[in-house]
Write a protein that binds this ligand. Structure first.
Ligand code: UDX
Length: 432
């Protein structure tokens, strides 16, 4: 059965949610305060780079199931209202609830009794329990329905999610389950606070896997083991699983850094010291220093050295640079006196980095070091022998994502440094 849905927020989560629900046949209006953004959305133009999203929006617009409206223009909200606004980090690490509160206030006043308010924004466990009591007084239902979308594959993630989590009372869960009726994914029904915790715990666990393999990578460098083989070997154990065991300069993005900090803040607020999570966060900060340390160890001072920084987004296939390791690396390298030239396969800027080349060749030519910070296919699949040949001096290639073949770099006269990939060890290092 098609449901009438109002999605608050035409940001990343709101647009994917609105467009995908509309593609499933529900009648969706996405609301925002930015008229210019809405105007281009009505033409099917997506305000950010996300593979497949423009197509889904265009398809739903053509089917007449998706519309965009200015928040101030909306007369009535009924049936299902999805909150999908940002909850950025505050200075203390807690989640900033300003936008969520504004939408909740709006709904309390405008939504028709019987409307179920669905929280898609990531909010600290405990938020929904309080908010739902307040909304109940206005005759509104409440459900927590966290998203697990990854940037760069959000549309596929929506339709092929491992699970749909819905927290709420029986009536709200039954209603929100109908939004996902055409999908095969299992639905986990639980209480609101548990649903909120599932979101934070999932992100914290994935971040833990990354920091864990990064710690193992450091040890691999000490003892002469290949972290690529170690990661593969432990990942083959189905109890552990192969995903999120890619070592490198650590995680960035709009979720892991923010959500781990918010969970740590929640623990501290409750008088609990979440040691493990704190270490995960610390390890991640340390990983970003690795390229700077490695170059300092080789060059001594970085004064007069030119470094090409390749991949400025926090991961490939996105234009998002939020908490990208490249930002801190560029800042540290420049503070140490290096001249840094950035390159990214799709045009982006990062704070503090003025020189961004338009081609990888331009960035690398004349540099005596490369730091690969994001494993874009366009970067990894470049002509590395030619790139190394265009460098000068020691031709150091710091591969922050273990994405390049050390043999190729070395054969071209480059000096390869990976993360947990000591020279002469592991499948990727074997000669021939
Ligand atoms: C993540 C979660 O995967 C998603 O479920 C949640 O809704 C939002 O946060 P996203 O941030 O888009 O998604 O990207 P993801 O692919 O998970 O990668 C996050 C960061 O971890 C990237 O910087 C990536 O480079 C890094 N990463 C990921 C690793 O360093 N190693 C890995 O093995 C996997």
């Amino acid at each position: 059965m098609a449901e009438r849905v109002f999605v608050f927020g035409a940001g990343y989560v709101g647009l994917v949610t609105g467009a995908c629900l509309a593609t499933s046949g529900h009648t969706v209006t996405v609301l925002d305060v930015d008229e210019r953004k809405l105007e281009s959305l009505r033409k099917g133009e997506c305000p950010f780079f996300e593979p497949g999203l423009s197509e889904v929006i265009t398809k739903a617009l053509a089917a007449g199931t998706l519309s965009f409206s200015l928040l101030g223009d909306i007369e009535a909200v009924e049936n299902i209202a999805v909150i999908a606004v940002g909850t950025p980090s505050t200075a203390t690490g807690s989640a900033d609830m300003t936008y969520v509160r504004a939408v909740a206030d709006f709904l309390e006043e405008k939504a028709a009794p019987g409307t179920v308010v669905v929280m898609k924004s990531t909010v600290p466990p405990g938020t929904g329990a309080k908010l739902s009591a307040r909304l109940a007084a206005a005759g509104l239902g409440y459900a927590s329905n966290p998203e697990f979308l990854r940037e760069g594959s959000a549309v596929t993630d929506w339709f092929e999610t491992d699970r749909v989590v819905i927290g709420g009372d029986d009536a709200s869960v039954a209603k929100i389950s109908r939004l996902y009726a055409d999908m095969d994914s299992p639905i986990l029904a639980c209480d609101v606070t548990s649903a909120e915790m599932i979101k934070y715990a999932s992100n914290a666990f994935l971040a833990t896997k990354i920091s864990f393999i990064n710690e193992i990578a450091v040890l691999c460098d000490f003892v002469g083991a290949s972290v690529d083989d170690v990661s593969k070997g432990i990942g083959m154990d189905t109890r552990i699983g192969a995903s999120f065991l890619k070592p490198g300069i650590g995680y960035g993005g709009s979720c892991f850094p923010k959500d781990t900090r918010a969970l740590d803040f929640l623990a501290t607020l409750n008088g609990y010291d979440f040691h493990l999570l704190r270490s995960v966060i610390d390890v991640n900060s340390r990983q970003r220093l690795l390229p700077v340390r490695a170059l300092k160890a080789r060059f001594g001072s970085l004064e007069g050295h030119r470094v090409a920084l390749l991949g400025l987004t926090f991961k490939p296939e996105t234009d998002d640079t939020r908490e990208a390791p490249a930002i801190e690396i560029a800042e540290l390298l420049q503070a140490e006196g290096a001249e840094v030239v950035g390159f990214n396969p799709i045009p982006v800027t990062i704070p503090g980095l003025d020189t961004i080349a338009t081609t990888i060749e331009e960035a690398v030519s004349g540099a005596d070091a490369i730091v690969l910070s994001t494993e874009w296919a366009q970067i990894v699949e470049s002509n590395w022998p030619a790139l190394v040949a265009s460098m000068t001096g020691e031709r150091i290639v710091f591969d922050g994502r273990n994405a390049l073949d050390p043999k190729v770099i070395r054969a071209a006269g480059g000096s390869y440094i990976g993360v947990g990939r000591p020279e002469g060890v592991g499948a990727n290092n074997h000669a021939g």
